[in-house]
Design a protein around this ligand. Structure first.
Ligand code: FMN
Length: 85
């Protein structure tokens, strides 16, 4: 199987960027030629997460930032629909 694109879904839980496990994944696999669409759940302080991903993935085409307030998704559904299109 050849992986051409990847939707990378993760939750922010390490303060202003992705968790160490995501870092390990990005370091281990060569994603330079892959189309990457990060989907990031967060509490509203995204920090430099997307920039950090772009250091490993030059082909980030689209990103979806899903903001939660406690258990409630506060990102508008129009943002999600636009990402899916
Ligand atoms: C230890 C810890 C660190 C977190 N750091 C961040 C952060 O840096 N930025 C952010 O926006 N949200 C942060 N969050 C909030 C989570 O990303 C947010 O609650 C989650 O994406 C929503 O999923 P949940 O319902 O599983 O909590 C953190 C949460 C935890 C537990």
């Amino acid at each position: 199987m050849i992986l051409l694109s990847l939707q990378l879904l993760f939750k922010l839980n390490s303060g202003y960027t992705y968790a160490p496990v995501v870092h390990t994944f990005l370091e281990k696999y060569d994603l330079k030629d892959k189309t990457i669409m990060p989907i990031v759940t967060n509490g509203g302080w995204l920090g430099h997460t997307i920039d950090d991903i772009k250091k490993y993935c030059s082909n980030v085409t689209n990103e979806l930032v899903l903001k939660f307030d406690k258990n409630k998704l506060v990102t508008d559904s129009s943002v999600i629909n636009k990402f899916i299109e």
